[in-house]
Design a protein around this ligand. Sequence first.
Ligand SMILES: [Zn+2]
Length: 167
Amino acid sequence: MARRCGLVLNDRTLEWEEVEASCPFCGDHGPGKHHLFLNTTRNIFRCVLCGEKGNSVSLYAKMEGVSNRQAFRALSEDSVLYRFPQQPLSQKPAEREPSSLAVRHNVYYDMLMHLELSPKHKADLLARGLSEERIEQNMYRTLPMSSSARRFLAGILSDFHNLEGVP
Ligand SMILES: [Zn+2]
């Protein structure tokens, strides 16, 4: 089925129980790599990079953009067409559009309202020549160091804001 779908197989592994192939779903982060494992006894595949997985029917379905049911029907008919092997294109993870400035401003402002300026950081700012008023005005804050505290902060904010697109 992998051949029929035009997957690029790793020749070295053709006799192995797990045949390796270039992943047509993520492109392996570059050509010449084989992250897709085709288990020839269990008739399943899995990409260790992008996690795409399935069996021979769903592989065909995904490659052809049809449902599993349609794929099964097509495969049950015996007009067998083999695609020409095609090196998949490497895909970079999509850059997520940041939310609008207004949305980010609201989230960050709210985040600042949950935080304090540590005495150490305040002393540093004073030592750099900033006045108490300026420090107050600029809303300097200290981010918590621990990842659990940061997660907690993000959790609080996510109750009031949609954080998708907010770096
Ligand atoms: Zn993949």
